[in-house]
Write a protein that binds this ligand. Structure first.
Ligand code: AMP
Length: 177
């Protein structure tokens, strides 16, 4: 593939899978972006450059694809990564929040001692769809009195209006669909 110059050049690395995981869902498959060394580093650098001067203490990410984005972004920002997981996966005592997905529903958990008041946090994930996952994660973070500086995504499905659901929290995405 050609070299990457602008953020729009990333679009061709995201593969679209029709009717996955069920009929009517047009799944944005980022494994093709992750597998390309240049596209992966370009995407992470675009996000890291945006936050490098923001004094970010932690990147918070939701399993599973969110961990891939969040961990490299945290490393680049000199920040820690905090894991938000589906119910029953985290070992220590947790706070929890139930939420709706584009397809189904779930409960997310975060360790009770994961954050403290005034910590500066960004949420990082691969795709913003309905915003249910990000909103539940915001609730978990603000429950500590921590500050959500922004929510950051590789791609946003604008027709699902996740950005509106997350108001007044700021949303940044590299690509819009
Ligand atoms: P939502 O809570 O609706 O914003 O969904 C967010 C999560 O579901 C993200 O972490 C995505 O990984 C995944 N997701 C939802 N819809 C899609 C889609 N059409 N393509 C790829 N991932 C999706």
């Amino acid at each position: 593939m050609n070299s990457l110059k602008t953020v729009e050049d990333l679009r061709r690395y995201i593969r679209e899978i029709k009717d996955f995981p069920k009929k009517g869902i047009n799944f944005k498959d980022i494994t093709t972006l992750l597998a390309d060394a240049k596209a992966f580093s370009f995407a992470i650098d675009m996000l890291a450059n945006r936050y490098v001067k923001e004094g970010i203490d932690y990147v918070v990410s939701v399993e599973a694809r969110g961990f891939i984005i969040g961990s490299v972004l945290a490393y680049r920002l000199g920040a820690g990564i905090i894991l938000v997981r589906k119910q029953g996966k985290l070992p220590a005592k947790c706070n929890y929040k139930s939420y709706d997905l584009e397809y189904g529903s779930a409960t997310l958990e975060i360790h009770k001692d994961a954050l403290k008041e005034k910590d500066r946090v960004i949420i990082a994930d691969d795709v913003l769809a309905t915003g249910g996952t990000a909103l539940a994660t915001i609730d978990l973070i603000t429950g500590f009195g921590a500050i959500v500086v922004e929510t950051a995504f590789l791609a946003e499905l604008t027709f699902l209006k996740g950005r509106e659901k997350l108001k007044p929290y700021a949303v940044f995405s590299l690509l819009s669909y």
